[in-house]
Design a protein around this ligand. Structure first.
Ligand SMILES: Cc1cc2nc3c(=O)[nH]c(=O)nc-3n(C[C@H](O)[C@H](O)[C@H](O)COP(=O)(O)O)c2cc1C
Length: 350
């Protein structure tokens, strides 16, 4: 029964209606699933790995933006994800940008979104995130659109939520909140990190902190960000968020917002490669952007990602695709003689 529901949730039916409505329907179904799931299936041991010290049964994670309010993390974990990231969550609830704000580019295997951090805010999330989690759940944090002190927003939301999750991602790369990407500049990023680190050291359990970056950065920008991260105890970088560059499309056309899916594979891998070549061993990389097949995952792993995250590929192909890619990834590793996914990490740049 669940299998049939998963199939319809993941494929043609939902992909025919307005994308934001279909997302709401999927969430309704997942809320129900969330009530009944008790445990997560254990995948193939060859895929077991660690991200910044956290044990995960598979390197395939759910990217931020799908479960914006942390309402369905146990359900999404039960679909086969090795870990999930909820959010982006801001201090205050906010509606986001006016609708319509989510579009399918079917011929490009892509989505364009200009949602603008629509979420129910940190108070709501703090109430529901206390329930036991079936696996690793990270929280992605952002600033409110109307905030006059965006740096303070990160401090406040970190203080409120960090202790409830396994890791925290500081999102300074959404293109849909005005000037948010400016926070990737070394001086401002450093300030955010100093503030959250001060809180982190006072927690009973310190949480790994990740920084999520944009694909539309040049090499110098990326290296500057990496340096700031490594000087400020950041456990890893998530590369990347959506792109604003229409030239990444097969048929470049103007759009407003962030582009995800297939056209993002190359630009996000380019950023991943710069990071992988320069980073110190203890900095973890999570590769995101344009994953539609196990081959895409394998490529990111061989560039240097210890894990990956998916959004658009999941929306287009549904939960069964996650399990399928897991099996295919296992076969790709075995074919190349790897006994553990860890041995393949960074194979292309060694
Ligand atoms: C509809 C939509 C909403 C998103 N919302 C967020 C968000 O709230 N926070 C965030 O860090 N990334 C968000 N993202 C970006 C994804 O997490 C991911 O970085 C990006 O989509 C690239 O992965 P993909 O090509 O597999 O979709 C969103 C993406 C989409 C398509």
């Amino acid at each position: 029964m669940l299998n049939i529901l998963h199939h319809y949730f993941g494929t043609k039916l939902l992909n025919k209606i307005d994308p934001e409505i279909s997302h709401a329907i999927a969430l309704c179904y997942l809320r129900l699933l969330n009530q009944v799931v008790k445990k997560k299936e254990i995948g193939a041991s060859i895929l077991k790995t660690q991200i910044a010290g956290m044990e995960v049964p598979s390197p395939i994670g759910l990217a931020a933006g799908f479960d914006k309010n942390a309402e369905v993390f146990n359900a999404t974990l039960s679909l086969g994800f090795g870990f999930v990231e909820v959010g982006t969550i801001t201090p205050d609830p906010q509606f986001g940008n006016p609708k319509p704000r989510l579009f399918r580019l079917l011929k490009e295997d892509a989505l364009v979104n200009k949602l603008g951090f629509n979420n129910k805010g940190m108070l709501y999330v703090s109430k529901i995130a206390r329930k036991p989690k079936l696996g690793i759940v990270g929280v992605n944090l952002g600033a409110n659109a109307k905030s006059i002190d965006k740096i303070l927003d990160y401090t406040n939301v970190f203080e409120f939520l960090a202790h409830l999750f396994d890791y925290v991602t500081i999102n300074v790369s959404s293109p849909n909140t005005k000037n948010l990407r400016d926070l990737q500049k070394p001086e401002t990023l450093e300030k955010i990190l100093q503030n959250v680190n001060t809180i982190n050291v006072s927690l009973t359990r310190q949480v790994p902190i990740f920084i999520k970056i944009a694909p539309d950065l040049n090499k110098n920008n990326v290296i500057e960000i990496l340096n700031v991260c490594e000087e400020n105890n950041v456990s890893g970088l998530i590369a990347t968020n959506t792109t604003i560059n229409p030239n990444n499309l097969k048929k470049p056309t103007h759009f407003e917002g962030g582009l995800s899916g297939k056209p993002l594979l190359k630009p996000s891998n380019k950023i991943l490669k710069i990071l992988a070549k320069r980073k110190i061993a203890s900095t973890a990389l999570i590769g995101v952007g344009g994953i539609l097949s196990a081959k895409d995952i394998y490529e990111k792993i061989k560039i240097g990602a210890s894990a990956v995250q998916i959004y658009t590929g999941f929306v287009y192909h549904g939960p069964r695709h996650i399990k399928k890619m897991e099996i295919e990834l296992k076969n790709l590793l075995l074919h190349d003689g790897y006994r553990s996914i860890n041995h393949a990490v960074g194979a292309l740049i060694r």
